[in-house]
Write a new protein. Structure first.
Lengths: 140, 171
Protein backbone atom coordinates (compact mmCIF):
# COMPACT_ATOMS: atom_id res chain seq x y z
CA UNK A 1 0.00 0.00 0.00
CA UNK A 2 1.22 3.45 -0.88
CA UNK A 3 1.63 5.76 2.06
CA UNK A 4 0.41 9.34 2.21
CA UNK A 5 3.85 10.81 1.57
CA UNK A 6 4.12 8.88 -1.72
CA UNK A 7 0.70 10.13 -2.77
CA UNK A 8 1.60 13.69 -1.83
CA UNK A 9 4.91 13.37 -3.70
CA UNK A 10 3.12 12.13 -6.82
CA UNK A 11 0.62 14.95 -6.55
CA UNK A 12 3.33 17.60 -6.27
CA UNK A 13 5.39 16.18 -9.09
CA UNK A 14 2.28 16.28 -11.31
CA UNK A 15 1.73 20.04 -10.87
CA UNK A 16 2.18 21.52 -14.37
CA UNK A 17 3.67 24.83 -13.20
CA UNK A 18 6.09 23.20 -10.77
CA UNK A 19 7.19 20.83 -13.54
CA UNK A 20 7.60 23.74 -15.95
CA UNK A 21 9.96 25.39 -13.45
CA UNK A 22 11.93 22.14 -13.04
CA UNK A 23 11.13 21.79 -9.32
CA UNK A 24 12.26 18.58 -7.66
CA UNK A 25 11.06 17.31 -4.33
CA UNK A 26 14.21 16.15 -2.58
CA UNK A 27 12.80 15.45 0.89
CA UNK A 28 9.38 15.16 2.43
CA UNK A 29 7.63 13.76 5.48
CA UNK A 30 5.91 14.54 8.79
CA UNK A 31 5.23 18.17 7.97
CA UNK A 32 8.53 19.10 6.35
CA UNK A 33 9.48 19.37 2.68
CA UNK A 34 12.51 20.39 0.63
CA UNK A 35 12.20 21.40 -3.02
CA UNK A 36 14.98 22.41 -5.38
CA UNK A 37 14.56 24.68 -8.42
CA UNK A 38 17.44 24.81 -10.94
CA UNK A 39 18.65 28.13 -12.33
CA UNK A 40 17.03 28.93 -15.68
CA UNK A 41 17.43 31.95 -17.95
CA UNK A 42 13.66 32.14 -18.51
CA UNK A 43 13.12 32.94 -14.82
CA UNK A 44 15.38 36.00 -14.83
CA UNK A 45 13.86 39.21 -13.46
CA UNK A 46 16.82 41.52 -14.04
CA UNK A 47 18.42 41.04 -17.48
CA UNK A 48 21.45 43.15 -16.48
CA UNK A 49 22.50 40.87 -13.64
CA UNK A 50 20.76 37.56 -14.45
CA UNK A 51 19.13 37.44 -11.01
CA UNK A 52 16.01 35.23 -10.76
CA UNK A 53 12.68 37.10 -10.45
CA UNK A 54 11.04 37.19 -7.02
CA UNK A 55 7.91 35.75 -8.58
CA UNK A 56 9.69 32.49 -9.40
CA UNK A 57 10.89 32.31 -5.78
CA UNK A 58 7.23 32.81 -4.74
CA UNK A 59 6.16 29.84 -6.86
CA UNK A 60 8.88 27.70 -5.25
CA UNK A 61 7.93 28.81 -1.72
CA UNK A 62 4.21 28.24 -2.33
CA UNK A 63 4.78 24.73 -3.70
CA UNK A 64 7.15 23.82 -0.88
CA UNK A 65 4.81 25.12 1.84
CA UNK A 66 1.89 23.23 0.27
CA UNK A 67 4.01 20.05 0.21
CA UNK A 68 4.86 20.43 3.90
CA UNK A 69 1.15 20.80 4.74
CA UNK A 70 0.20 17.74 2.66
CA UNK A 71 2.85 15.63 4.35
CA UNK A 72 1.71 16.55 7.86
CA UNK A 73 0.17 13.57 9.70
CA UNK A 74 -2.77 15.70 10.95
CA UNK A 75 -3.80 16.79 7.46
CA UNK A 76 -6.07 14.21 5.85
CA UNK A 77 -6.23 15.59 2.32
CA UNK A 78 -5.30 18.38 -0.02
CA UNK A 79 -4.60 22.01 0.77
CA UNK A 80 -4.87 25.53 -0.66
CA UNK A 81 -3.02 28.71 0.22
CA UNK A 82 -4.94 31.21 2.37
CA UNK A 83 -2.08 33.70 2.53
CA UNK A 84 1.65 33.71 2.00
CA UNK A 85 4.12 36.44 2.90
CA UNK A 86 7.61 36.41 1.46
CA UNK A 87 10.58 38.45 2.68
CA UNK A 88 13.34 38.91 0.15
CA UNK A 89 16.61 39.19 2.05
CA UNK A 90 19.04 39.26 -0.88
CA UNK A 91 19.31 38.52 -4.60
CA UNK A 92 19.91 34.85 -5.40
CA UNK A 93 23.32 34.30 -7.03
CA UNK A 94 22.88 33.85 -10.82
CA UNK A 95 23.64 30.32 -12.01
CA UNK A 96 22.85 28.63 -8.71
CA UNK A 97 19.85 26.43 -7.88
CA UNK A 98 17.47 27.62 -5.15
CA UNK A 99 16.40 25.21 -2.40
CA UNK A 100 13.33 25.85 -0.29
CA UNK A 101 12.73 24.11 3.00
CA UNK A 102 9.29 24.36 4.61
CA UNK A 103 7.97 23.25 7.96
CA UNK A 104 4.31 22.97 8.85
CA UNK A 105 4.68 23.84 12.53
CA UNK A 106 1.05 23.83 13.64
CA UNK A 107 -2.20 22.32 12.37
CA UNK A 108 -5.73 22.90 13.66
CA UNK A 109 -8.87 21.19 12.33
CA UNK A 110 -9.12 23.86 9.64
CA UNK A 111 -5.83 25.73 9.25
CA UNK A 112 -2.17 24.76 8.78
CA UNK A 113 0.60 27.22 9.67
CA UNK A 114 3.84 27.06 7.72
CA UNK A 115 7.21 28.79 7.49
CA UNK A 116 9.94 28.34 4.92
CA UNK A 117 13.39 29.56 3.95
CA UNK A 118 15.09 29.56 0.57
CA UNK A 119 18.85 29.41 0.03
CA UNK A 120 21.28 29.13 -2.86
CA UNK A 121 24.78 27.60 -2.49
CA UNK A 122 25.55 29.99 0.38
CA UNK A 123 23.32 28.11 2.80
CA UNK A 124 24.17 30.32 5.80
CA UNK A 125 22.68 33.35 4.09
CA UNK A 126 19.02 32.80 3.14
CA UNK A 127 17.72 34.39 -0.06
CA UNK A 128 14.11 34.59 1.17
CA UNK A 129 11.82 33.59 4.03
CA UNK A 130 8.11 32.87 3.95
CA UNK A 131 5.24 32.47 6.39
CA UNK A 132 1.79 31.34 5.43
CA UNK A 133 -1.56 29.86 6.37
CA UNK A 134 -3.05 27.00 4.38
CA UNK A 135 -6.42 25.25 4.40
CA UNK A 136 -6.86 21.80 5.92
CA UNK A 137 -9.28 19.94 3.71
CA UNK A 138 -11.30 16.84 4.34
CA UNK A 139 -12.44 17.70 7.86
CA UNK A 140 -15.74 19.47 8.76
CA UNK B 1 1.28 90.88 -22.90
CA UNK B 2 1.44 87.26 -21.88
CA UNK B 3 3.79 84.92 -23.73
CA UNK B 4 1.84 82.66 -26.10
CA UNK B 5 1.13 79.26 -24.56
CA UNK B 6 3.12 76.35 -25.97
CA UNK B 7 0.85 74.36 -28.31
CA UNK B 8 0.01 70.85 -27.06
CA UNK B 9 2.23 68.08 -28.43
CA UNK B 10 0.74 65.93 -31.19
CA UNK B 11 -1.03 62.94 -29.63
CA UNK B 12 1.04 60.36 -31.50
CA UNK B 13 4.31 61.78 -30.14
CA UNK B 14 3.00 61.57 -26.57
CA UNK B 15 1.68 58.05 -27.12
CA UNK B 16 4.90 56.93 -28.77
CA UNK B 17 6.92 58.05 -25.75
CA UNK B 18 4.57 56.44 -23.23
CA UNK B 19 4.35 53.16 -25.11
CA UNK B 20 8.11 52.96 -25.69
CA UNK B 21 8.68 53.38 -21.95
CA UNK B 22 6.13 50.73 -21.05
CA UNK B 23 7.58 48.32 -23.64
CA UNK B 24 11.08 48.83 -22.25
CA UNK B 25 9.86 47.99 -18.75
CA UNK B 26 7.97 44.86 -19.77
CA UNK B 27 9.57 43.28 -22.80
CA UNK B 28 13.12 42.87 -21.61
CA UNK B 29 12.33 40.90 -18.46
CA UNK B 30 12.53 37.18 -19.35
CA UNK B 31 10.27 36.06 -16.49
CA UNK B 32 7.44 38.43 -17.53
CA UNK B 33 7.68 37.02 -21.05
CA UNK B 34 7.78 33.46 -19.74
CA UNK B 35 4.53 33.98 -17.81
CA UNK B 36 3.05 35.54 -20.97
CA UNK B 37 2.06 38.74 -19.14
CA UNK B 38 1.06 41.91 -20.98
CA UNK B 39 0.15 45.44 -19.90
CA UNK B 40 -2.71 47.56 -21.17
CA UNK B 41 -2.45 51.32 -20.81
CA UNK B 42 -5.20 53.93 -20.65
CA UNK B 43 -3.48 57.26 -20.04
CA UNK B 44 -1.37 56.58 -16.98
CA UNK B 45 -3.54 53.68 -15.79
CA UNK B 46 -1.97 50.25 -16.21
CA UNK B 47 -3.70 46.88 -16.14
CA UNK B 48 -1.64 43.70 -15.98
CA UNK B 49 -3.08 40.88 -18.09
CA UNK B 50 -2.22 37.21 -17.63
CA UNK B 51 -3.69 35.15 -20.49
CA UNK B 52 -4.47 31.63 -19.32
CA UNK B 53 -2.00 28.90 -20.22
CA UNK B 54 -1.73 25.22 -19.27
CA UNK B 55 1.74 25.71 -17.78
CA UNK B 56 0.28 28.08 -15.16
CA UNK B 57 -1.80 25.31 -13.56
CA UNK B 58 -1.10 24.45 -9.94
CA UNK B 59 -3.90 22.03 -9.19
CA UNK B 60 -4.69 19.83 -12.20
CA UNK B 61 -7.76 18.34 -10.47
CA UNK B 62 -9.76 21.58 -10.11
CA UNK B 63 -8.03 22.94 -12.34
CA UNK B 64 -6.66 26.12 -10.76
CA UNK B 65 -3.84 28.58 -11.41
CA UNK B 66 -0.75 27.94 -9.26
CA UNK B 67 -0.63 30.10 -6.13
CA UNK B 68 2.95 31.03 -6.99
CA UNK B 69 1.86 32.24 -10.42
CA UNK B 70 -0.83 34.39 -8.81
CA UNK B 71 1.75 35.88 -6.43
CA UNK B 72 4.18 36.46 -9.30
CA UNK B 73 1.47 38.09 -11.44
CA UNK B 74 0.61 40.50 -8.61
CA UNK B 75 4.27 41.23 -7.83
CA UNK B 76 5.10 41.98 -11.47
CA UNK B 77 2.05 44.28 -11.70
CA UNK B 78 3.22 46.11 -8.56
CA UNK B 79 6.83 46.54 -9.78
CA UNK B 80 5.87 47.68 -13.29
CA UNK B 81 3.25 50.13 -11.98
CA UNK B 82 5.74 51.51 -9.45
CA UNK B 83 8.45 51.92 -12.11
CA UNK B 84 5.92 53.48 -14.47
CA UNK B 85 4.97 56.23 -12.02
CA UNK B 86 8.62 56.69 -11.06
CA UNK B 87 9.39 57.48 -14.73
CA UNK B 88 6.13 59.26 -15.57
CA UNK B 89 7.33 62.85 -15.09
CA UNK B 90 10.31 62.29 -17.40
CA UNK B 91 8.07 60.59 -19.95
CA UNK B 92 5.69 63.55 -20.00
CA UNK B 93 8.36 66.24 -20.10
CA UNK B 94 10.21 64.40 -22.85
CA UNK B 95 13.33 64.17 -20.67
CA UNK B 96 13.30 60.40 -21.06
CA UNK B 97 15.59 59.03 -23.78
CA UNK B 98 13.26 56.74 -25.73
CA UNK B 99 15.99 55.89 -28.27
CA UNK B 100 18.20 54.54 -25.47
CA UNK B 101 15.24 52.63 -24.03
CA UNK B 102 14.55 51.01 -27.36
CA UNK B 103 18.21 50.09 -27.70
CA UNK B 104 17.94 48.07 -24.49
CA UNK B 105 18.73 50.58 -21.76
CA UNK B 106 16.42 49.19 -19.11
CA UNK B 107 15.60 51.67 -16.38
CA UNK B 108 16.56 50.46 -12.91
CA UNK B 109 13.68 48.68 -11.22
CA UNK B 110 12.45 48.82 -7.61
CA UNK B 111 13.43 45.81 -5.48
CA UNK B 112 10.89 43.82 -3.51
CA UNK B 113 11.46 43.91 0.25
CA UNK B 114 8.43 41.81 1.15
CA UNK B 115 5.26 40.70 -0.55
CA UNK B 116 2.15 39.32 1.10
CA UNK B 117 -0.57 37.66 -0.96
CA UNK B 118 -4.15 36.83 0.12
CA UNK B 119 -5.82 34.08 -1.86
CA UNK B 120 -9.53 34.88 -1.91
CA UNK B 121 -10.76 32.36 -4.49
CA UNK B 122 -9.07 29.77 -6.61
CA UNK B 123 -7.72 31.14 -9.89
CA UNK B 124 -9.86 29.71 -12.68
CA UNK B 125 -8.47 28.57 -16.03
CA UNK B 126 -9.28 31.99 -17.53
CA UNK B 127 -7.41 35.21 -18.24
CA UNK B 128 -6.61 37.27 -15.15
CA UNK B 129 -6.28 41.04 -14.67
CA UNK B 130 -4.54 43.10 -12.01
CA UNK B 131 -4.18 46.74 -11.03
CA UNK B 132 -1.84 48.25 -8.48
CA UNK B 133 -2.35 51.29 -6.28
CA UNK B 134 0.66 53.07 -4.83
CA UNK B 135 -0.31 53.97 -1.29
CA UNK B 136 2.99 55.57 -0.41
CA UNK B 137 6.07 56.28 -2.45
CA UNK B 138 8.93 57.95 -0.67
CA UNK B 139 12.51 58.55 -1.71
CA UNK B 140 13.61 55.13 -0.48
CA UNK B 141 10.58 52.96 0.23
CA UNK B 142 7.21 52.38 -1.39
CA UNK B 143 4.08 50.54 -0.29
CA UNK B 144 1.84 49.11 -3.01
CA UNK B 145 -1.51 47.32 -2.94
CA UNK B 146 -2.58 45.10 -5.85
CA UNK B 147 -5.93 43.56 -6.74
CA UNK B 148 -6.54 40.75 -9.22
CA UNK B 149 -9.75 39.49 -10.76
CA UNK B 150 -10.91 37.29 -13.61
CA UNK B 151 -14.47 37.45 -14.94
CA UNK B 152 -15.89 40.09 -12.59
CA UNK B 153 -14.06 43.21 -11.50
CA UNK B 154 -15.85 43.09 -8.14
CA UNK B 155 -14.99 39.48 -7.35
CA UNK B 156 -11.25 39.57 -6.58
CA UNK B 157 -9.49 36.21 -6.61
CA UNK B 158 -6.36 37.60 -4.95
CA UNK B 159 -4.95 40.76 -3.41
CA UNK B 160 -1.51 41.63 -2.14
CA UNK B 161 0.51 44.28 -0.35
CA UNK B 162 4.19 44.72 -0.96
CA UNK B 163 7.02 46.97 0.14
CA UNK B 164 9.72 48.01 -2.28
CA UNK B 165 13.12 49.63 -2.22
CA UNK B 166 13.19 52.43 -4.80
CA UNK B 167 16.14 52.81 -7.20
CA UNK B 168 18.45 55.62 -6.05
CA UNK B 169 17.41 58.99 -7.50
CA UNK B 170 18.98 60.11 -10.71
CA UNK B 171 21.31 63.06 -10.07
Amino acid sequence: MKNKVDIARQFIEAIPHSKALGMQLTDMGEGVATIEMPYDGKLVGDPDTGVIHGGAVSALMDTCCGAAVMSHPANPGGTATIDLRIDYMRAATPGQAIRAQAICYHVTRTVAFVRATATDDDTDNPVAAATGAFTVEGTR
Amino acid sequence: MKAPRRPPEPVQIVKQRRDATLRALVERVPYIQYLGMQFERKGDELTGVLPFDQKLIGNPMLPAIHGGVTAAFLEVTAIITLSWFFLWEDVESGAIDTAALEAGGLPRLPKTIDFSTDYLRSGLPRDAYARARINRSGRRYASVHVEAWQDNRNRLFAQATGHFLMPSQRD
